[in-house]
Design a protein around this ligand. Structure first.
Ligand SMILES: Nc1ncnc2c1ncn2[C@@H]1O[C@H](COP(=O)(O)OP(=O)(O)OP(=O)(O)O)[C@@H](O)[C@H]1O
Ligand SMILES: [Mg+2]
Length: 432
């Protein structure tokens, strides 16, 4: 599939130049004249990278980058800055921007930068890695169901790759060039979830100052992922059932239903049978959703995948974090193979990421995985361990340019933990 790059710039000439570069590199270009327009397009256009100016109408570049980061996490961003905005560069890098180019720049340096970002971040992105027979079969089944428009229910413990599988189905379907829209039903309060899914008309309730398009409409001709469907309230379950039956949605305050052509994929880590027995989930909705159930197994039942995934994530983070890590020591491999991984591939991936960050040689050792216990058992640890912990926090803060939120994420602890620890040690580490 051809990758799409979003160009955001209010200057017509600059936009045209960027467009030419992107197209010459055989990527599809999507253009936006300002960040507000851009954010809408990211939702619907399956974008692989953003190139953005800093000074733009309606929203400035920095604010745009912050919103994009928050909403679309890992999407790589290339910033084009003018002379007056050099100071911004530091600020911008702190927001996790991949690279910036100073105006004026040559056509070659532009294409080189784009190529290197795409190679770094889009390489093998979203690939389902496995050497396990069960998962291989599951992928085959998923590939088959992808060809139809059938509703799919993906089951599995948290972190087992449910969303990845949903994306795989979308990409393998005839809908692949159309939107893939994910809605996390657990993260949105119930009263908001309805308008999020179905939208509302202007003036349909106090505060509805403008019409809002729902996710079902945004996903038209594409795929909608209803994550954690088990968390939906009874009222919404009834409304969703109607959408699945009638293939149309009712905007809140709308006069008539709007037909939608959307493939629905739902996920849950709950046992829906039990939920039904306990009266928390509608059985008729369950039957609609579970036409084609796909169950992911936990990582501890996929021993042959440990080494493969470890290599995969090691390479990925080695590039992303600018480290020269190339392998694992024997005791590190043993550690990875014997742990329980309750949080499955998500926890595994985070552990490798931290180890890559911490590793001081090109080989990841067992010690590089010890951070969990070091940080969480801090109340009882000895002086030298405390020093090690402090070293770790400082080192991580250096790597994140002092960004505590990012450091906390990398270390797998809360921002408050980091703050408390910095206070506890009474050290004055320069932080943002
Ligand atoms: N087979 C795989 N190969 C490579 N990466 C994988 C694989 N399975 C999962 N991942 C990665 O593991 C992480 C967790 O996967 P994903 O978000 O799809 O899981 P999930 O089941 O939706 O988790 P949650 O229940 O927490 O929402 C993601 O970063 C995903 O890319
Ligand atoms: Mg998920």
């Amino acid at each position: 599939m051809i990758k799409s790059i979003l160009v955001v710039d209010d200057d017509d000439q600059m936009r045209a130049a960027l467009k030419e570069a992107v197209e010459r590199m055989d990527y599809r270009v999507v253009m936006a004249e300002d960040p507000v327009d851009a954010l809408k397009k990211i939702e619907t256009e399956n974008i692989s990278m953003i190139i953005t100016d800093m000074k733009m109408p309606r929203m400035d570049g920095l604010a745009f980058i912050r919103v994009a980061r928050k909403k679309f996490g890992s999407l790589p961003i290339l910033v084009i800055t003018g002379h007056g905005t050099v100071e911004n560069a530091v600020e911008v890098m702190k927001e996790g921007v991949c690279e910036y180019l100073m105006k004026p720049f040559s056509f070659d340096s532009l294409t080189e930068t784009i190529a290197s970002i795409m190679a770094r971040t889009c390489h093998k992105k979203n690939e389902v890695i496995t050497d396990n027979d069960y998962i291989r079969n599951l992928l085959q089944l998923a590939g088959n169901v992808a060809l139809s428009d059938m509703t799919v229910l993906i089951l599995g413990e948290s972190g087992t790759g449910k969303e990845l599988l949903a994306r795989f189905i979308h990409k393998s379907s005839r809908r692949s060039s159309k939107p893939f829209i994910a809605v996390n039903c657990a993260a949105i309060p119930d009263n908001l979830l309805e308008s999020e899914l179905f939208g509302f008309e202007k003036g349909s309730f106090t505060g509805a100052a403008e019409r809002k398009t729902g996710k079902f409409e945004l996903a038209n001709e594409g795929t909608i992922l209803l994550d954690e469907i088990g968390e939906m309230s009874a009222t919404l379950q009834a409304k969703l059932l109607r959408v699945l039956q009638e293939r149309e949605v009712d905007r809140i305050g709308g006069k008539e239903p709007i037909p939608v052509d959307v493939r629905v994929i739902a996920t849950t880590n709950r046992d829906l049978q039990t939920e039904i027995e306990d009266g928390r989930f509608r059985e008729d909705l369950y039957f609609r959703l579970s036409v084609f159930p796909l169950k992911l197994i936990p990582l501890r039942e996929r021993p042959e995948d440990i080494k493969l995934l470890a290599e995969h994530f090691m390479k990925k983070f080695s590039v992303e974090l600018n480290k020269n890590v190339s392998g694992f020591s024997e005791d590190a491999v043993e550690f990875l193979e014997t742990r329980n991984w309750k949080g499955n591939i998500r926890e595994f991936e985070n552990a490798i990421q931290r180890a890559v960050l911490l590793s001081r040689t090109d080989l990841i050792g067992k010690d590089d995985f010890m951070i969990d216990s070091r940080v969480s058992e801090s109340s009882t640890i000895s002086g030298s361990l405390k020093d090690m912990e402090m070293d770790l926090i400082k080192k991580t803060l250096e790597d994140t340019n002092g960004n505590k939120t990012k450091a906390a994420k990398l270390l797998g602890v809360s921002v408050r933990t980091i703050r408390n620890k910095l206070n506890d040690y009474g050290k004055n580490v320069p932080v943002a």
